[in-house]
Design a protein. Structure first.
Ligand code: CA
Length: 242
């Protein structure tokens, strides 16, 4: 199916995952550190990468997964990368997504979930690029304004830096301020990168969604607006009660 690179320093886990990925029909190259990973990335045509963030130094020089990920993003901007994080640490996940990961899993993870996330990630990667536009006029509320076509926003006079996904998520919330926006609706918009749309695998990307919400909350600090988690339903943008 796909040609994958697995970067994992834990030999037992690496061998086990390698066997499972091959069993699922993928061909797999495996690397135990960042240098091996770079050599394979330079010499092999790959469809996707599974990258452990906690990697050992190479000949005494630090080379963790985030560094490998930044290196990949500079050279192979469209290569889908799923990162594995050891700790249930939101900062680690945010760092991974900031450095350009497409999705992540926290160890220990379920093999079925890894395979489902990989499949969804590879499917997204085959879709044509999102042109970045959402329908409608400049959405705004309170002091928040979003550009209708570019991933930019303003809080009062102050510009907000937003990624495409942050901007489309915030756009959805802002257009329906005071109403619950379903998780599936957000994920579906993220899927509008292709005309056929549709998420297929259930739950794909929903871990990433939590992290994006967390990031937006930080960016909205002091704005008077808050993103509320409505359990089991989704998220709602609301005016903060003083
Ligand atoms: Ca590790």
């Amino acid at each position: 199916m796909a040609h994958l690179l697995l970067v994992e320093d834990d030999e037992l886990l690496r061998d086990g995952l390698c066997a499972q990925l091959m069993h699922a029909g993928h061909s797999v190259d495996a690397a135990g550190d960042g240098a091996q990973a770079q050599a394979l990335l330079e010499s092999t045509r790959l469809d996707g990468v599974v990258l452990d963030l906690g990697l050992p130094p190479v000949q005494g020089v630090a080379m963790d997964g985030i560094m490998v990920l930044r290196w990949i993003r500079q050279r192979l901007p469209h290569l889908p990368v799923l990162v594995l994080t050891a700790r249930d640490d939101i900062d680690d996940r945010v760092a991974g997504l900031n450095a350009g990961a497409d999705d992540y899993l926290t160890k220990p993870f379920d093999l079925a979930e890894l395979l489902a996330r990989l499949a969804a990630m590879l499917r997204r990667a085959r879709m044509p690029a999102f042109d970045g536009t959402l329908p409608g006029d400049t959405p705004s509320a309170h002091r928040l304004r979003l550009d209708p076509q570019l991933p930019m926003g303003w809080l009062g006079e102050e510009a907000m830096e937003l990624t495409h996904r942050e901007w489309s998520l915030l756009g959805l919330l802002l257009r329906q301020i005071g109403q619950v926006v379903g998780r599936e609706d957000v994920l579906a918009v993220w899927q509008t990168q292709a005309p056929e749309g549709g998420l297929g695998g259930a739950g794909a990307g929903s871990n990433a969604l939590e992290v994006y919400v967390h990031r937006l909350r930080r960016k909205l600090q002091g704005s008077g607006l808050n993103i509320r988690n409505v359990r089991g339903l989704g998220y709602m943008l609301e005016l903060q009660t003083p």
